[in-house]
Design a protein around this ligand. Structure first.
Ligand SMILES: [Zn+2]
Length: 329
């Protein structure tokens, strides 16, 4: 099917509204999508309270394929890319966005409204060169949604095809708790009303947040952070990160989640100790996805502390990066 045949025609004031209409329409016309949202109605949620914030656990069997996805180069090479237009399921429609992207409904939702936004061209998942697109998209759909990015070695189930995801702005605890978290744990290292860089360690996560009214300033700061992260990363690879980006009150808030590794040791363990939890933006953002009921039932607060501490950047590396970034601003 060609790009033209895929396009959803809409008359709406903005992309957020258009995406919502696309989803309403796809739930009617595309069975896989309606089934995905049907099963979202029966997910179970537990909530754990920490000092000043909360982490939820969502039992979501629909996410099994994604959580257990093989993302090694050989497996990726051997499968058909599921984000390329020619391989999309028959009933799937999209919105042409910013000439280079398609807004698609994610048929395996975590959010009440969940989208995948792949580049139209098959090219590797990389934030260099696409950071400005992330900002633009965050603004264009900010009326309802936030945007997130999972690095190629850090949760993207299509590391070979550039894509973002988007979901409801009021869904992730890290997003709606951010003002309080910033107040309690944030260390503003630079800036004022129009531009601010905040370091945040809440005992579970190490985050660097860029708040900016100017996309150029945000990009410049992100590039500086990227360069510092490269110094502690294997040469030629994108530093491990997840990004959650939102736009509110005429300002971008870009939360960069610094990562030590993708999957925790317990993901690979056999038997009792195994936990199938493959953390990416959404999980670190406060909604941990367990596709298996056994994990949902047994997970404890200590398990979460252990997993978060294992997969987010070690404190000494964080201090190194944060110190260097501060000097370069
Ligand atoms: Zn592709």
């Amino acid at each position: 099917m060609s790009l033209e045949d895929r396009l959803f025609s809409f008359q709406a004031g903005n992309y957020a509204e258009a995406a919502k209409r696309l989803l309403d329409s796809q739930k009617q016309s595309w069975e896989q999508c309606s089934q995905g949202y049907e099963s979202l109605n029966s997910v179970l949620v537990r909530q754990f309270e920490f000092d000043g914030f909360s982490i939820k656990v969502q039992f979501n069997p629909g996410r099994l394929t994604s959580s257990s996805a093989k993302v090694d180069p050989k497996s990726i090479k051997e499968r058909k890319c599921f984000l390329c237009i020619e391989n999309l399921p028959d009933g799937q429609k999209g919105i042409h966005y910013n000439s280079h992207y398609l807004i698609l409904c994610n048929p395996f939702p975590i959010f009440p409204e969940h989208f995948t936004i792949p580049a139209i061209i098959h090219k590797p998942q990389a934030i260099t060169g696409s950071f400005i697109d992330l900002l633009t998209l965050s603004k264009d759909i900010s009326e309802r949604y936030i945007v997130f990015y999972n690095g190629p070695k850090c949760g993207a189930s299509a590391p070979d095809h550039l894509h973002f995801q988007a979901g409801n702005a009021d869904f992730l605890p890290l997003v709606y708790e951010y003002p309080a978290l910033k107040e309690k744990y944030g260390k503003p290292v630079f800036g004022g009303k129009d531009f601010e860089v905040v370091y945040l360690n809440d005992s579970l996560r190490n985050l660097i947040i860029i708040e900016s009214r100017s996309p150029e300033q945000a990009e410049k700061t992100f590039s500086a952070l990227y360069r510092e992260l490269q110094r502690i990363s294997p040469p030629g690879e994108e530093p491990l990160m997840n990004i959650i980006s939102l736009y509110e009150k005429s300002k971008w808030i870009v939360i960069v989640i610094l990562r030590e590794k993708h999957r925790p040791a317990r993901y690979f363990e056999e038997g009792e100790n195994n936990i199938l939890l493959s953390p990416a933006s959404v999980d670190i953002g406060g909604v941990c996805i367990t596709p298996l009921e056994k994990d949902f039932n047994k997970l404890t607060k200590d398990d979460l502390i252990g997993i978060f501490n294992e997969v987010t950047l070690e404190d000494n590396k964080f201090s190194f990066v944060a110190g260097n970034l501060k000097n370069s601003l």
